[in-house]
Design a protein. Structure first.
Length: 163
């Protein structure tokens, strides 16, 4: 598995995968102009996951320039889900955030009803901090988000090679 920096050539793939994941209710979605703007922003990094020679997902980190060293995992999507690809990608994202980008805190929000993702985050050491109740409007009503984070010290305790 390889997690590489995304290029503008990857944007159509990211948009398509995001759309499919959004339709399944797993992640939010942004339009082309938002992704292009973020890709040009030094405070944001896009990654594409390659598995067995093919693209198999993507991840977006924001807040890289934060003086608080608090980086947001804006989005991570694996395709197809349920094969452990997302977990493997997330472990690489953790290494990038804490080793390469010197994060003190990596945080994310996840839909409250996305139990599969919440389970993976908990297994990797993320702690649930609270719920943003009914904060996302959808066609079917409102959805809540759970905020989760992993601190640098917790990461280093769980991954001894990271010390």
């Amino acid at each position: 598995m390889l997690l590489r920096s995304a290029s503008r050539n990857d944007v159509p793939y990211i948009l398509e995968l995001e759309r499919r994941s959004w339709e399944q209710g797993f992640v939010g979605t942004d339009d082309l102009s938002v992704h292009e703007s973020r890709m040009s922003d030094a405070d944001c990094r896009y990654f594409v996951l390659e598995w067995n020679g093919s693209r198999a997902g993507y991840a977006i980190l924001r807040g890289i320039a934060s003086t608080n060293r608090s980086i947001e995992l804006k989005r991570i999507v694996a395709a197809p889900p349920g094969r452990g690809i997302g977990r493997a990608a997330l472990e690489e994202v953790l290494d990038i955030a804490f080793k390469e980008l010197s994060a003190h805190r990596l945080w994310l929000d996840v839909y409250e009803d996305n139990e599969r993702a919440r389970h993976v985050y908990r297994v990797l050491g993320f702690v649930e901090e609270g719920t943003l109740r009914e904060c996302v409007k959808t066609a079917g009503g409102y959805r809540s988000l759970v905020v989760m984070s992993l601190l640098e010290g917790e990461y280093r305790l769980r991954r001894p090679a990271a010390r």
